[in-house]
Design a protein. Sequence first.
Length: 181
Amino acid sequence: MARTLPADKPSGISLIELLAGIGILAIVAAVAAPSMAGLIERQRAISASNALVAHLSAARLTAITHSSHTVLCPSTDGATCNAGTDWSGGLLLFLDRDGNRRPDRPKDIVRADNTSVSRHLRLTSSAGRQQARYLPDGRSAGSNLTISICNMRGELLGSVIVNNTGRIRSTRPVHPTSCPM
């Protein structure tokens, strides 16, 4: 036999129950929001680091494949390298057959990516080395290149390092660290 509700007992929820539920949901959301901002910032830094490693790997592979010097440098116009250490505006990968560290012909440009990695992050290289250069055997001659990934508050979120053998690695600081200038 089926059970029926008494006529005086309404089904559903009342307005007070609904408001109490919304109030609890708002409190939980307010508590979770700050930690979500940190999570989003970390994910942006990881994404920027992975994109940078992919570009550097492509530069190394291009040098080996074409048996030629290649350069990966910061570029905002996709045709020339920027002077300075800011890698935030875009990247340019080109064959550098004569070693002058700039593309001589349009067909030497392998890849031009003039979009910013993120408007929330700043990418800067070490002052001593403003370009990633790879030799035909895949080595990266010169001193190590470090590209720092920082937020707009000046905190270091990660680094991508290229050593002399051409090996690329990424790191994240364990403790809060200020961004190198």
